[in-house]
Design a protein around this ligand. Structure first.
Ligand code: SAM
Length: 251
């Protein structure tokens, strides 16, 4: 299972531009719900192209971004040149002990090796520091859900795929309080091209052989073009729920 996870975790490096163009951000209210008053320095762990980083910078926090993918981080640097960036992992961030007030993780927690990452997060956080985990779920019965379910079926998504596990997993209870959860509606305005790229930016699609990926994306394109909710419009809305979880480092 660890090998499968590590294999897919590396796919993002090959699709960084696509990822940045197509993937959704997160509901603003979810960030407010996670980050308490009095926070100055925040670690965006598994920061990728900086979709969470951007939100944090916009709120005036001092942000440090860590990710193992140089290509994902290149997108982040181009967008947010003022942010401190480190190539590193959740298991070895390279940051000093107790050096951040909060750690945020956007759609990346399922890629971390546990419990190593729990120990590393506890090490870099100050006592009572906040942990926030963000992810977007598709609204059931939405266009988003239909298109991504189709892609998953064609991609032969592995039962062991990490995105399918870990939903309710707690962090190490010796180090952290238990996770609380909340959901916030989020809408992404997209073009038909972006929907195809959204599917193309999933790790299991990035990983398909070129010919299979082309066939799958061709089918997604047809599905989008013929969908009654899209109806040939140049732009339309995809609906998500930003799922937020939060806990605290024990003293
Ligand atoms: C789905 S992307 C999420 C990126 C960004 N946080 C966002 O919200 O858009 C997953 C990210 O996790 C990173 N990643 C994979 N394995 C990791 C690990 N062990 N530690 C930290 N980040 C990891 C990948 O390089 C990728 O940038």
């Amino acid at each position: 299972v660890d090998d499968v996870r590590e294999h897919y975790a590396k796919t993002f490096d090959r699709a960084a531009e696509l990822y940045e163009r197509a993937r959704p951000s997160y509901a603003s209210g979810a960030i407010d719900w996670i980050v308490p008053a009095g926070v100055t320095r925040v670690l965006d762990l598994g920061a990728g192209t900086g979709k969470v980083t951007e939100r944090l910078v916009g709120r005036g926090y001092e942000v440090v971004a860590v990710d193992p993918s140089p290509n994902m981080l290149a997108q982040l640097r181009a967008k947010l040149p003022e942010v401190e960036v480190h190539v590193g992992t959740a298991e070895a961030t390279g940051l000093a002990d107790g050096s951040v007030d909060a750690v945020l993780v956007g759609s990346a927690f399922h890629w971390f090796r546990r419990p190593d990452a729990d120990h590393e997060i506890a090490r870099v956080l100050r006592p009572h520091g906040r942990v926030g985990i963000l992810g977007n779920s598709r609204e059931p019965d939405s266009l988003t859900a239909r298109l991504l379910a189709r892609a998953a079926a064609h991609g032969g998504i592995d039962r062991d795929h990490p995105a399918r596990r870990d939903r309710d997993q707690q962090l190490d209870p010796a180090l952290f309080t238990s996770l609380e959860q909340a959901g916030f509606p989020y809408t992404q305005t997209v073009t038909p091209d972006q929907v195809v790229e959204l599917v193309a930016s999933r790790s299991y699609v990035i990983d398909l052989p070129d010919a299979e990926r082309a066939t799958l994306l061709g089918e997604v394109r047809r599905l989008v073009d013929t969908d009654p909710d899209v109806g040939g419009r140049a732009e339309f809305e995809l609906s998500y729920v930003t799922r937020a979880r939060r806990c605290e480092r024990r003293a």
